[in-house]
Write a protein that binds this ligand. Structure first.
Ligand SMILES: [Zn+2]
Length: 93
């Protein structure tokens, strides 16, 4: 992927770092280099939007398959009741 113009940072490096860039996991200097590159390289900017779109889809998908309503509370209640039954020295029977 390249727009044919020379860049301070190679397109391949920018694309490889896009996910980390979007997640804010790159250093300040790398962030600046990528931000500059994206303003001058439409193909990489397009790629950034694609990565963001996919990430948004993943977030939405994982949210929709999240724990069903009430299940987490039931699990916690079960764990808590088991724990109380197993408490050492707790003879309530
Ligand atoms: Zn580029």
């Amino acid at each position: 992927m390249s727009c044919g113009r020379p860049h301070e940072t190679p397109c391949s490096q920018v694309v490889a770092s896009l996910s980390a860039y979007i997640d804010g996991e790159v250093g300040a200097e790398e962030y600046r280099l990528i931000a500059v590159h994206l303003t001058e390289c439409p193909p990489c900017e397009h790629q950034r939007q694609e990565v963001r779109r996919v990430q948004a889809l993943v977030v939405r998908a994982s949210a929709s398959i999240a724990t069903p309503e009430g299940l987490r509370a039931r699990i916690q209640a079960t764990v808590l009741s088991n724990t109380s039954h197993q408490r050492p020295g707790d003879d309530q029977e």
